[in-house]
Design a protein around this ligand. Structure first.
Ligand SMILES: [Fe+2]
Length: 280
């Protein structure tokens, strides 16, 4: 076991709610309310350290994502969740995504990332995003679970202040409704509430510290048990009290040197769940 595996193992051991796996794929065993979500994140076509290689990298990232789509279609989850940064440059969003969305044989929902909306959310970027993906926040019922998919860029700078307020109101109402689901609630967004510790300072990788803990408490009060996210390009499993925060491998660039791929989240309830790696 190398140091990286050891550290990951320690992190998993420290998680209070990390639990036994569900039934293997294709098993005849079925649970009422069992949900399986393929979690893909940060496809970010064209993300490279060397700008001159963007086009070649775009093609490689795209090909890898197409392989991921084929794996997802084989697995047949209940839902595909892609947690943002769909392309490296927002202008490229409409280039391949309409075609790619049509390749999935299961329902797909997308949470927008900073590369999609911009560090300063603009009308131009948001309109482009909406024209490709339909909506930038939504909620849905899947197998008795409430899945709330948010636009975390509204926590940061935006030209669209009215839209930001509308989003805050919507999320508040959604969390209120979610209380009826008795803890079968999954929240998804591009940015994680925190990257390492809930009280860490502001950085590129987390929610603004001001209001962060209040948001986490509001999630827990609504019965949210899982927060599924991306952005850091590192696989991680964190906990805030009984809220589990999951971040998957990408298909573009993994800063923790994990292999390319995605995760299959499989849950019966808050105690019986798994988050398995699928290599691409
Ligand atoms: Fe990001």
């Amino acid at each position: 076991m190398d140091r990286r595996e050891f550290l990951l193992g320690s992190a998993l051991a420290a998680l209070p709610a990390f639990a036994k796996s569900g039934a293997p794929y294709g098993s005849p065993e079925s649970h009422a309310g069992r949900i399986r979500i393929a979690h893909l994140t940060d496809p970010q076509f064209g993300f490279d350290w060397t700008p001159q290689d963007n086009e070649a990298k775009y093609a490689a990232d795209l090909a890898r994502f197409e392989s991921a789509v084929a794996r997802v279609n084989d697995i047949k989850p209940d839902l595909v969740l892609i947690t943002g940064d769909m392309t490296h440059k927002a202008e490229d969003l409409a280039r391949d995504w309409p075609r790619l969305l049509g390749m999935f044989k299961v329902p797909v929902v997308v949470a927008p990332g900073n590369h999609d909306m911009g560090q300063m959310v603009s009308k131009e970027n948001r309109d482009r995003y909406l024209s490709v993906f339909g909506s930038d926040y939504q909620s849905l019922d899947v197998k008795g679970w409430r899945v709330i998919v948010g636009n975390t860029q509204f926590w940061y700078k935006t030209e669209l202040v009215d839209e930001q307020l509308k989003y805050e109101e919507w999320l508040k109402a959604e969390l209120e409704k979610a209380k009826l689901y008795g803890g079968r609630v999954i929240l998804a967004g591009h940015i994680p509430p925190f990257a390492h510790a809930f009280d860490e300072g502001n950085s590129y990788e987390n929610y603004p510290k001001e209001g962060r803990e209040a948001r986490l408490l509001a999630y827990r009060n609504a019965g949210v048990k899982f927060y599924i996210c991306g952005h850091t390009h590192r696989m991680s499993m964190h906990g805030y009290k009984d809220l589990v925060i999951l971040n998957a491998e990408t298909t573009s660039l993994n800063f923790d040197r994990r292999p390319f791929g995605f995760r299959l989240f499989d849950a019966v309830d808050e105690c019986d769940w798994s988050y398995k790696f699928v290599n691409v």
